[in-house]
Ligand binder design. Structure first.
Ligand SMILES: *Cc1c(COP(=O)(O)O)cnc(C)c1O
Length: 478
């Protein structure tokens, strides 16, 4: 019986052997994969920023998942033709749609190292070094926005989960039984509503606060709403302010809002997924004054620190409140997390076992240095002003208000015909051409094109390219 079992196990081991390539094979496959990535980066500068969907099916794997493995070269070929090529190239310096970050290459190496060592970053006891750098990253992000030393933070998969994490912390700290009112503007990102729903506050009383001519929350309207609620016996719970809206990059008047929150006892959450990290550069820091007075902030290093997608951060000014919101149900494991390397990520987030995502943030900061990030951010802010100034000089364009951050929402006013229709066609024309990618948005019913300059690879010549593409588009459609 034992002999039979031994024979079976040996046979199964042979069958599973492909899961562990030997050293020579690892080097061979690793080299092929690395060459693939390096080749991709070599072409980023010239490659189209938007390619046809049909390329998804330019090759087929039949069957898609085979019993026996395939030649790695053939698999990488498929990845190049059917995954890398079609659709948006968010890595392109000419990708100015949505909020692009570009994805600094050092992060890809960080991901590789994290996956190779497969460190368990949930608990300090399992991986003290991994937890230490995760806490160091959170502390560094907190220091960028000016939070005090007893703030705490957690790295999330992105801004949506960062906002959700903060809303849950706010709920546990100041609205555990519900009934408190929420204050937002119509420019709040839609993930904020989603967070309220997931956090069980989708039906909380919600006040839509008016905005001023620069699309920022009106302090007078907020005060009025808070006062009205207090008078009628509704408790103000949560004000969600924006540090850079996706539509126009507007930053709400944070110091004034913070003061009102203190006066009325409301939690101030700042959605800084797009704009918050501009606090790293001097100019951004001045624009974001007051963010340090928030109770919680959501950030997205995969936007404004140019990392590849999958990195957000939730920060809570009084760190204990983050821990109280997320470690309560796991009391039995908490003592494991107490150590000199700081709290365990599992006690600060809804996740337990998770990707060791700190390395993709920590490694680029180590190798490139903070100054490079700071300069890149200042460059993007200057490029947005340059784009706006150039467009303002060309006849027929309504360049919109001067950009606060790196997004410009603009339109062309044709001599005749429907303005919205013309601009929608203009956007499609530019996207189809595939040289420069932009997106569109509706602000108060009127359609605008949106140029978001946030890829770390985007420089002066690419912004000139964008202007040329827009002017070409107008000529073609006029
Ligand atoms: C991008 C963004 C979000 C959502 O973040 P994800 O990383 O896409 O989940 C939320 N708020 C603002 C202002 C954003 O720009």
């Amino acid at each position: 019986m034992i002999d039979q079992l031994r024979a079976d196990v040996e046979r199964l081991r042979q069958g599973a052997a492909r899961l562990e390539p030997d050293s020579a094979e690892r080097r061979a496959i690793g080299g092929q994969a690395l060459d693939h990535a390096l080749g991709y980066w070599d072409e980023v500068e010239t490659a189209s920023s938007n390619r046809p969907w049909s390329e998804v099916f330019s090759q087929r794997l039949e069957p898609e998942f085979a019993e026996e493995g395939r030649d790695p070269a053939a698999v990488l070929d498929y990845v190049g033709a059917c995954i890398d090529a079609p659709g948006f190239a968010t890595t392109s310096p000419r990708f100015m749609a949505y909020i692009p970050g570009g994805g600094v290459p050092y992060s890809a190496f960080g991901d590789l190292l994290a996956a190779a060592s497969n460190k368990y970053s949930g608990f300090a006891s399992a991986s003290p070094g991994a937890v230490r750098i995760e806490n160091a990253c959170a502390a560094w992000l907190a220091s960028v926005i000016g939070f005090p030393h007893d703030a705490a933070g957690t790295l999330t998969s992105g801004g949506s989960i960062a906002n959700l994490t903060a809303v849950v912390a706010a709920r546990e700290a100041s609205d555990p039984d519900g009934g408190g009112a929420i204050y937002v503007t119509r420019f709040a990102h839609y993930c904020i509503d989603k967070a309220f729903h997931i956090a069980g506050r989708g039906r909380a009383p919600k006040r839509l606060i008016a905005t001023d001519e620069s699309y920022r929350m009106s302090v007078e309207a907020l005060e009025q709403a808070l006062e009205d609620d207090r008078r009628s016996g509704v408790r103000p719970w949560l004000v969600v302010a924006s540090a850079g809206t996706v539509d126009t990059g507007a930053i709400d008047p944070l110091p004034e809002i913070a003061e009102l929150c203190r006066k009325y006892g409301a939690w101030l959450h700042v959605d800084g997924a797009y704009g918050g990290l501009f606090a790293l550069c001097d100019e951004g820091k001045a624009l974001l004054r007051g963010i340090e007075q928030a109770d919680s902030v959501a950030l997205d290093p995969h936007k404004t620190l140019f990392l590849p997608y999958g990195t957000g951060a939730a920060l809570v000014r009084d760190g204990r409140l983050l821990q109280e919101a997320f470690s309560a149900s796991g009391e039995y494991i908490r003592p494991l997390g107490e150590s000199e390397v700081g709290p365990s990520p599992a006690d600060l987030s809804p996740e337990l076992t998770r990707h060791f995502r700190a390395l993709r943030l920590w490694l680029p900061l180590q190798i490139a240095g903070i100054a490079a990030f700071r300069a890149a951010q200042a460059e993007k802010l200057a490029l947005a002003r340059y784009f706006h100034a150039r467009l303002s000089e060309i006849e027929g364009f309504d360049a919109g208000p001067e950009p606060q951050l790196s997004v410009v929402a603009f339109r062309y006013i044709p001599k005749s015909g429907d303005v919205d229709d013309f601009n929608e066609r203009l956007m499609r024309h530019i996207q189809q051409e595939g040289r420069v990618m932009m997106s569109g948005t509706r602000i108060d019913g009127s359609y605008r094109l949106r140029c978001a300059i946030l890829c770390f690879r985007t420089h002066l010549d690419h912004v000139d390219d964008a202007i040329d593409a827009i002017v070409r588009g107008v000529k073609a459609l006029s």
